[in-house]
Design a protein around this ligand. Structure first.
Ligand SMILES: Cc1cc2nc3c(=O)[nH]c(=O)nc-3n(C[C@H](O)[C@H](O)[C@H](O)COP(=O)(O)O)c2cc1C
Ligand SMILES: CC(C)CC(=O)C(=O)O
Length: 377
């Protein structure tokens, strides 16, 4: 049985082809940012309030008109059929059951329309958003946007951190460059004559600029979020260009290695947008306490990437349902222990950096107890 998000990784690894496990776990180059994302949450402390009793906690959130029953989104991840025969359909049903927003990857192995149909048929209802890599061929891009809108997606998430594909050296070593026979990027099929849904159809365009964002604003009424803005100056530019929201993300450490943990950047990005647009954070969120720290520091919600893939690999739809239930429970009890009855009660005063900083002197061995603030080597 799984009791934490991390448990799913352990369980999935026991079953998965190690090449696929590496694809999921891996990051760019030395994976310094992959590690930094999770570690950043451990470095911050929660300082709870007491005696503010509330019998129930309200986890509902509305983001750009999309209503959700928890402030945890499923960040876009490619290729769900690599780990489960139902692929994105299983993930989407689980997300809908939990009332969580799922961001469908442009590189999904089930077409976005089919995913949306499966959600509607399930009787549960939760919004789907669509993640887009703007293609150099704008007609193709527009056709993709139309597919997402026709499917009923309620927002577009444009990934802007991928001028070129990040160097996943695990994939290089493993020779993993394409989907196995029988699997395709279904959103790409027949966008143009003869296009068969090959991964290599997805162009990472180094020429993208703000004019493309302006162009996109002109071809869709859907809210547009940018995924992968890290510099506060770019956050300000995003607001100026009429972007509706930011997904503060370093692609889970899969694009430019050695960029800061997203949590570390959050206060600066929140200050830069100054409440004008919502900021969602992803990267390293594994616990209810992680989510609460990000929410307290000004995020409107958080996203999870790898845990969804591990849960899907371990238990299909049931696995993802269980993962989301666990995160809901953790969120709920963290709120209760912080004296919060809803997300609006999560304010920066609940979070602090250790007053003592790293204690100089003897270094505590890795894995050893460090309750007096000793440095972990
Ligand atoms: C297996 C995998 C596939 C991904 N595919 C996409 C994708 O298609 N589009 C995208 O914008 N981000 C993609 N990402 C990045 C995630 O959206 C997200 O930013 C990241 O996984 C969050 O960090 P976490 O895995 O630590 O939760 C992918 C990440 C993983 C692990
Ligand atoms: C290149 C995409 C197909 C997937 C992606 O963004 C990723 O694996 O991080």
């Amino acid at each position: 049985m799984q009791y934490t998000a991390h448990d799913f990784e352990t369980a999935a690894r026991a079953e998965l082809d190690p090449v696929y496990a590496d694809f999921i776990a891996g990051g760019a180059r030395d994976e310094i940012t992959v590690r930094a994302n999770e570690a950043a949450f451990g470095r911050l402390q929660l300082l709870p309030r007491v005696l503010r009793g509330s019998a129930v906690r309200d986890l509902d959130v509305t983001l750009l008109g999309s209503r959700a029953r928890m402030p945890v989104l499923l960040s876009p991840t490619a290729f769900h059929k690599l780990v489960d025969p139902e692929g994105e359909v299983a993930t989407a049903r689980a997300a809908a059951a939990a009332g969580a927003i799922m961001i469908v990857s442009m590189a999904s192995t089930v077409a976005v329309g089919e995913i949306a149909d499966a959600v509607r048929a399930s009787g549960d209802d939760a919004p789907l958003w669509f993640q887009l890599y703007i293609q150099p061929d704008l007609e193709i891009t527009e056709a993709l946007v139309r597919r997402a809108a026709d499917a009923g997606c309620t927002a577009l998430v444009v990934t802007v951190d991928s001028a070129v594909l990040g160097a996943g050296e695990r994939n290089r070593r493993n020779g993993f460059h394409d989907l196995p026979p029988g699997l395709r990027c279904e959103n790409l099929v027949d966008l143009r004559d003869g296009e068969r849904g090959h991964v290599r159809q997805i162009a990472m365009s180094a020429e993208l600029n703000w004019e493309h964002i302006d162009w996109l604003r002109g071809v869709t009424d859907l809210p547009v979020l940018l995924k992968g803005v890290l510099h506060p100056e770019d956050a300000r530019l995003a607001v100026r260009h009429g972007v509706d929201g930011l997904l503060l993300s370093n692609h889970g450490g899969r694009q430019l290695d050695t960029v800061p943990a997203t949590l570390e950047l959050l206060p600066e990005i929140v200050a830069a947008v100054a409440g004008r647009i919502p900021v969602v954070l992803d990267g390293g969120v594994r616990r209810g306490t992680d989510a609460v720290k990000a929410l307290a520091l000004g995020a409107s919600a958080v996203g999870i990437g790898r845990p969804v893939m591990w849960a899907l690999a371990e238990g299909g739809e049931k696995g993802v349902r269980r993962l989301l239930e666990l995160l809901r429970e953790e969120l709920d009890d963290t709120l209760a222990l912080c004296g919060a009855s809803g997300l609006a009660d999560l304010t920066p005063e609940l979070v602090r950096v250790p007053a003592w900083g790293p204690v100089p002197g003897p270094v505590v061995a890795p894995g050893a107890d460090h309750r007096f603030g000793g440095v972990i080597a």
